[in-house]
Design a protein around this ligand. Structure first.
Ligand code: 5RP
Length: 234
């Protein structure tokens, strides 16, 4: 177990990587925590000759996979993923999630929905009683043409939308899919599934960062231990 400032993320990521076995198709999540899983899998490939194929959920994950020697495949070639390992922005007691602060939510949800097993990894700060608490927005990926419509419809649902702006370049964040990202705060979200459905009904919404009923296992990394949370799929 690691005890550096990043130790919780790393400990969760390495625990999740243990689920990966020879011959598996592996969903590669995005973000700083998921990056440690890609590094862990690269180490196992190098030292244990682990034979896997990765399906990256973002350009970041793709680059990391290449740098760490993990061969890549596609959902066209392998539509069923054995295990997907990804990070999260908030995790509630039902193991529903908010994801997408790295703007990779649409591909992340497609990869997660293609996986037989989904493992999410995070540090303790991501565990909450109710999704949306502490002002956490729901990231929503939208077609740029629909920005004004989506803003109005989110307000009608009682939310406060904010178009995500880039750092290091003027203008909006453009996702790996050529879409804009709207961060919408709703306060504490009483019924995340209902909100997800309502948002998905807005024309121009490509995907939401509400991940409902997709989780099998969560590893919460701590300084020198890991907490495992499990949910049985219905
Ligand atoms: C990217 C994501 C990330 O998994 C999420 O934002 C967590 O990132 P990090 O591990 O860096 O805190 O959903 O779209």
């Amino acid at each position: 177990m690691q005890t550096s400032p990043d130790a919780p993320k790393r400990n969760a990521a390495y625990a999740a990587a243990e689920h990966v076995k020879d011959g598996m198709i592996v969903g590669l999540g995005s973000g700083t925590t998921a990056a440690y899983t890609i590094i862990a899998l690269g180490e196992r490939k190098k030292h244990q000759n682990l034979q896997i194929l990765g399906i990256p959920s973002s350009y970041q994950a793709f680059q990391l996979a290449v740098q760490n020697g993990i061969p890549i495949t596609t959902l066209e070639e392998h539509p069923e993923i054995d295990v997907n390992i990804d990070g999260a922005d908030q995790i509630d007691p039902n193991l529903n999630l908010i994801k997408g602060m790295g703007a990779a939510l649409a591909r992340e949800k497609i990869v997660a929905s293609s996986a037989r097993k989904n493992i999410f990894i995070a540090d303790e700060k991501k565990k909450v009683k109710v999704l949306g608490e502490n002002g956490q927005p729901v990231p929503i990926e939208i077609l740029p043409f629909a920005i004004a419509l989506v803003q109005n419809r989110i307000q009608a649902l009682g939310g406060s939308p904010l178009l995500r702006e880039t750092k290091g370049k003027l203008g909006p964040v453009i996702s790996d899919n050529g879409c804009a990202i709207m961060d919408a705060t709703f306060g504490n979200i009483k019924d995340p599934k209902l909100l997800d459905n309502q948002l998905k009904m807005i024309p121009g919404v490509v995907e939401t960062g509400l991940f409902i009923g997709l989780t099998d296992i969560v590893y919460i990394g701590k300084a020198s231990t890991v907490e495992k949370l499990e949910r049985k799929r219905i």
